[in-house]
Design a protein around this ligand. Structure first.
Ligand SMILES: Nc1nc2c(ncn2[C@@H]2O[C@H](COP(=O)(O)OP(=O)(O)O)[C@@H](O)[C@H]2O)c(=O)[nH]1
Ligand SMILES: [Mg+2]
Ligand SMILES: [Zn+2]
Length: 301
């Protein structure tokens, strides 16, 4: 047995600054601090820790299956680790940004995590426009789930329960789309779970400003993670050359280009622009590709 294996195993269920809440396999929660920078961790991490007074010290972070993060020019922000599914949530209103949606889907693809789109507020008349804007995403292979979490909760549960069961899922989306409504519907004791965490972190802040893990079942097999920070979705971790490969509608056409190093912006014989001309790639997706490509091509310091 290695030294790390001799320590207790735990799951990181919340974090705030350098305080983390680690849950033991029995469901007990302990406030922990990392030992040194090496044990910096995120929600969803499996860690090895040991008791230190009435708190704990994280000694080691187990290897991650995956990590979802965003990176702008200045900093990297991790959302969560070891995910089975990302639900990118949008709604009939407020009108969603297609650029933010695309960025979240690219980050998921880059991290190798399955992503679905959850469209909420199907009871509102604006659903027709939202559905229309998502049609290309369904066509390029994303699963789109249309629900009315508040207006038709039973129907929403019938759609979502089988999708989430036994998995660890992250909910991402702009504010006002219904993330809290989703958590409260699926985790009936969400408020208690939040209270416990705020108390433990003793942060005095509103906990929706931090990423948090919720159990949806008493057996603790289904996890749902709520995370803020959907705006300013930087993708600096992606190199511009691989960008088309992370966009399912561009990936195939990009293989047809005359030049192997085609940027798909102006070269002759470009497969992507041919697909655009045929209407197989939408104007907005092509525009968003161009914007992200420019952003990623700027000099890195
Ligand atoms: N019309 C309608 N409103 C909803 C639905 N689900 C949530 N809302 C409302 O949308 C607003 C934002 O919801 P909330 O869960 O706080 O969104 P969050 O900011 O993403 O956490 C609230 O006023 C909810 O009552 C729905 O299915 N239909
Ligand atoms: Mg909320
Ligand atoms: Zn091209």
């Amino acid at each position: 047995m290695s030294r790390a294996e001799a320590l207790d195993l735990g799951l990181v269920v919340a974090g705030h600054g350098r305080h983390y809440i680690v849950e033991t396999p029995e469901g007990r929660r302990v406030t922990c601090h990392p030992r040194g920078k090496k044990s910096d961790c995120v929600v969803g991490d499996r860690v090895r820790w040991q008791v230190s007074g009435d708190e704990g010290v994280i000694e080691h972070v187990e290897p991650r299956r995956n990590l979802l993060f965003r990176q702008d020019e200045w900093k990297t922000k991790s959302f969560a680790a070891n995910l089975d599914l990302i639900l990118v949530m949008v709604a009939s209103e407020p009108v969603f940004s297609e650029s933010q949606l695309t960025r979240a889907l690219i980050a998921a693809e880059d991290a190798g995590i399955e992503a679905h789109i959850l469209l909420n507020k199907a009871d509102l008349p604006q659903i027709a426009t939202a559905r229309e804007r998502l049609r290309p995403y369904a066509a390029m292979g994303y699963a789109v789930h249309e629900v009315a979490l508040k207006a038709r909760p039973d129907e929403a549960r019938a759609e979502l329960d089988p999708l989430l069961a036994g998995r660890s899922s992250l909910v991402l989306g702009p504010s006002g789309t219904g993330k809290s409504t989703l958590i409260n519907l699926l985790a009936p004791d969400a408020r208690a779970q939040v209270g416990e965490i705020s108390q433990a972190l003793n942060s005095g802040r509103h906990t929706t400003t931090t990423t948090q893990w919720y159990w949806l079942d008493a057996a603790r097999t289904t996890g749902l993670i709520d995370s803020p920070g959907f705006q300013e979705f930087g993708l600096r971790q992606v190199s511009p050359q691989v960008l088309p490969g992370l966009m399912p509608d561009l990936a195939e056409p990009a293989k047809q280009c005359k030049f192997y190093n085609c940027t798909h912006l102006h070269e002759p014989g470009c497969g992507v622009r041919a697909a655009l001309a045929r209407g197989e790639v939408t104007e907005s997706r092509y525009r968003i590709y161009g914007e992200i490509f420019q952003e990623l091509s700027q000099t890195r310091y």
